[in-house]
Design a protein around this ligand. Structure first.
Ligand SMILES: [Zn+2]
Length: 411
């Protein structure tokens, strides 16, 4: 056993002791004898499902006293059910430390523009911690707010000589399209920019290559969720390394019954080894991932993670199983890559809606056969020329909401 393994076992024992302070696990684990259970026997312990968390409510997995809590986070998925998590000051620092291990290697010389939403969601705060822990400064340019429309974010990036920008992948596609619409070229107009960090959405390799091409800088991805914080970060060689001192990641069969073969796609079960506020044991988050050991050029060993999408997004046609990442890879290998796209699951195949400012280069037939060739299912294609997929007029509107004025003076 290596020192690292011993440290993880110690953290796991510590987790099993303090997790019982939460109402959810006090009940869930009441019939289990936790004495002497190590990570190699974790499979004898029950899974935690999304339904468990939902039923237990926001306080269900809170495992510390309220006076120790620094921050509460909540995200609503497509189903509208909230997922929540609690953070102590230490948890926020741990989250920042994990992101600091990212291949972007932030330093005190960096000035980081944070485009993640600041309301309720987690990544903005973890990125902020990572920047501060590295001595870097930040520009909080939250997404999803009328204060920082797309053109203003571009102006901030240019005027303040931002070196690293962080946000949802979609934001960097939309910022690039906004730049094009107002006559600038993202790969030329931001000479200080050296990297982009993304999280919060599925990011296949082809999508990452596309965003790197748009901006002319490397893109680093991160994988995590509101409930768990960040689980894996990308190194400079493009591998997603699991933060193994903070997470134990299992890859299970769809019904949760034991692990799939190494490197195969399966369903994630996450145990948080460090998190204090709302620790989780074998959290079955419904994400489809694979994990295999790596001997990466960056020097890291341990688990390398690939995320393929959510189980709810999985589409089956007979024996053909398509995850979000399969569809994304097919779409992002089109030339030109669409500025906006959508696919509809039909009974006998997929219907794609595609929008590009450069759609003159597409032939409907070539696009159709490319997509059906990659996905092995019948495909129909509709090239969209109006604003159904992307409203470019809205994108370039640089109109922030105005501050209310209550007292009007004569002069
Ligand atoms: Zn690596």
């Amino acid at each position: 056993m290596t020192d690292n393994d011993r440290e993880r076992e110690r953290k796991f024992k510590d987790l099993l002791a303090r997790i019982l302070k939460s109402p959810l696990y006090k009940e869930k684990l009441s019939k289990y004898n936790l004495n002497g259970i190590g990570l190699d026997h974790i499979q004898t312990l029950p899974l935690t499902t999304k339904e468990d968390l939902r039923k237990a409510g926001a306080f269900g997995h809170l495992a510390v006293e309220m006076k120790e809590i620094a921050q509460y986070h909540e995200s609503t998925g497509t189903t509208g059910e909230p997922s929540s998590s609690w953070f102590t000051q230490e948890d926020l620092k741990t989250g920042g430390r994990q992101l600091k291990e990212c291949g972007v290697r932030l330093t005190a010389e960096d000035f980081v523009l944070i485009r993640y939403p600041y309301a309720m969601s987690l990544p903005a705060f973890l990125m902020q911690q990572a920047a501060w822990l590295s001595g870097a400064g930040i520009v909080p340019a939250s997404g999803r707010t009328v204060i920082t429309p797309y053109p203003r974010v571009l102006q901030l990036m240019e005027r303040l000589r931002v070196t690293v920008a962080a946000g949802l992948p979609r934001e960097f596609e939309l910022l690039a399209e906004t730049a094009r619409l107002i006559g600038s070229t993202p790969s030329n107009n931001f000479p200080a920019l050296r990297a982009i960090c993304v999280a919060g959405e599925l990011m296949s390799d082809k999508r990452r290559e596309h965003i790197e091409k748009l901006w002319g800088v490397p893109v680093f991805n991160m994988y995590g969720s509101t409930e768990t914080a960040n689980i894996a970060t990308m190194c400079e060689y493009g591998a997603m390394h699991i933060a193994e001192q903070d997470f134990f990641v299992e890859v299970l069969h769809e019904d949760g019954s034991g692990p799939v073969a190494q490197g195969e796609r399966g369903f994630a079960a996450i145990s948080t080894l460090s998190h204090q506020g709302s620790p989780l044991l074998r959290y079955f988050n419904e994400d489809i991932i694979s994990v295999e050991p790596s001997l990466c050029a960056c020097g890291r060993t341990g688990g390398k993670l690939v995320h393929y999408g959510r189980s709810k997004e999985r589409i089956r046609y007979g024996d053909i199983v398509l995850d979000g990442a399969d569809i994304q890879e097919a779409v992002y290998s089109l030339s030109p890559v669409p500025d906006s796209w959508k696919t509809l699951e039909l009974e006998n195949g997929l219907h794609f809606l595609l929008d590009s400012h450069d759609s003159g280069k597409w032939s409907e037939e070539v696009v159709r056969s490319h997509l059906s060739g990659k996905l092995h299912v019948p495909v129909t294609v509709e090239i969209v020329a109006d604003s159904r997929l992307l409203d470019r007029v809205e994108l370039v509107k640089n109109v922030p909401s105005t501050k209310p004025v209550y007292v009007h003076k004569f002069i």
